[in-house]
Design a protein around this ligand. Structure first.
Ligand SMILES: C[S@@+](CC[C@H](N)C(=O)[O-])C[C@H]1O[C@@H](n2cnc3c(N)ncnc32)[C@H](O)[C@@H]1O
Ligand SMILES: [Mg+2]
Length: 296
């Protein structure tokens, strides 16, 4: 199992190998707080999910700070600062997969991309500037209004299609995309396995799916919750529920069950001296996964 996973993650070092080599059960039983029963949604074969991904408590948190999306010093500062790093991962993985030139100005020309849980459009806008035809969807109406307003100010972003909807509703509408991207959303949805099923259904056969989230590790409890919310006040208190985080193994598993094979994974690591994030093999806190939809 571990060697199979390692083959899929050429960028991982020994640390990551050790994390991945832990049997799934050991990692969940070792977690002091819970075992993730939410991973075991049945019926992964049907295209349309009959369960809503909406978690109203989580959505209320985002609604209350919606007007701060483009305040680079506000509650979404961590996403603004992280953006170049996550875009570097997306650029390199998508260009490799779709055989595009990563060095040209508009490498995503010709690709249809959906940004699920787009918030105010922090990711959707640079994707559009890189040439993609972008659809951004979010369950919070206020986010979509802000995203639309902001995108209208630039000629390259004005064509982004923003909709207040969910991944499962797009599946019902039979929408499909070359790449489905959902960053920092899965830890806020009602049922991550069902959510992945919807992401997979939106991805064309042999298309790409990219998901980022926070690992359910002791380090993430110390850094992403205690430090970020209570000491540094980077995020409002209560932004994240540690028990809702997924380990990399769990994410790989639920994506696999939804017909997405994870091909590459990387961590994001913060350097307090430079104030910057970099891509790393350390997936113990923030991590991102790139997968491809199995051809049927
Ligand atoms: C932490 S923000 C991430 C925003 C954006 N993806 C980014 O990384 O810049 C999470 C977003 O997911 C949205 N969201 C949460 N649950 C959702 C769901 N079930 N369907 C669609 N959007 C959802 C929230 O409204 C919020 O805008
Ligand atoms: Mg989050």
């Amino acid at each position: 199992m571990a060697s199979k996973l390692l083959n899929r993650f050429p960028t991982l070092n020994n640390t990551a190998y050790h994390i991945l080599s832990l049997p799934f059960l050991r990692s969940t039983v070792a977690s002091p707080f819970l075992v993730h029963t939410r991973l075991y949604s049945e019926d992964v074969s049907s295209r349309v999910s009959n369960r809503s991904s909406l978690n109203q408590v989580e959505l209320a948190k985002f609604s209350s700070i919606a007007d701060t999306w483009w305040d680079a010093e506000g509650p979404f500062k961590p996403l603004h600062v992280m953006n170049p790093t996550r875009l570097a991962f997306i650029r390199s993985t998508l260009c490799r997969h779709f055989q595009k030139d990563p060095y040209c100005a508009r490498p995503f020309e010709g690709l249809k991309i959906v940004d699920v849980g787009c918030g105010g459009g922090i990711l959707s806008e640079p994707l559009a500037r890189m040439g993609a035809t972008v659809t951004g969807v979010d369950a919070v109406e206020k986010n979509i209004k802000i995203a639309r307003l902001h995108s209208e100010s630039g000629p390259e972003t004005a064509n982004i299609e923003y909709c207040c909807t969910t991944a499962e509703k797009l599946v019902e509408e039979q929408r499909e995309f070359d790449a489905v991207i959902s960053l920092e959303v899965i830890e806020h949805v009602a049922d991550p396995a069902e959510f992945c099923k919807s992401l997979a259904a939106l991805t064309v056969s042999n298309g790409a799916t990219v998901v980022s989230t926070i690992n359910r590790s002791m380090r993430s409890y110390a850094t992403a919750i205690i430090a970020a919310e209570y000491i540094l006040h980077w995020l409002p208190k209560g932004t994240h529920q540690w028990s809702n985080f997924l380990t990399p193994q769990e994410l790989v598993l639920i994506l696999q069950r939804a017909s997405i094979t994870v091909q590459e994974m990387a961590g994001f690591v913060y350097n307090p001296l430079t104030g910057q994030w970099t891509l790393s093999d350390d997936i113990s806190v923030n991590f991102i996964a790139f997968g491809t939809k199995n051809s049927q």
